[in-house]
Design a protein. Structure first.
Length: 67
C-alpha cells in the first residue's frame, strides 16, 4: 500500500500541462511562420497526436497504472 501526496500530484500535473501548453504555443508560432497552411497542417497534426498520446500516458501513470 502506498499513499499519494496531493501536492506532488498537483505539481506534476501543473508541470506537464505547462510543458504541453508551451509545446502547443511553439507549434502555433511555427504554423503562423509558414506560408502554406496545407503544409503546416500536414506537419503539425502528427505532433498534436503524439502530444495527446503523451497526455493520456501521463494521466494513466498518475492514476497508478504502469505502461
Amino acid at each position: 500500500m502506498f499513499s499519494i501526496n496531493p501536492d506532488i500530484v498537483k505539481a506534476e500535473i501543473d508541470y506537464r500541462c505547462n510543458a504541453y501548453h508551451n509545446e502547443a504555443h511553439n507549434m502555433r508560432l511555427y504554423q503562423l511562420a509558414k506560408n502554406s497552411s496545407a503544409n503546416t497542417d500536414a506537419e503539425i497534426n502528427p505532433m498534436r497526436k503524439k502530444l495527446g498520446k503523451l497526455l493520456i500516458r501521463w494521466g494513466m501513470q498518475l492514476a497508478g497504472y504502469t505502461l
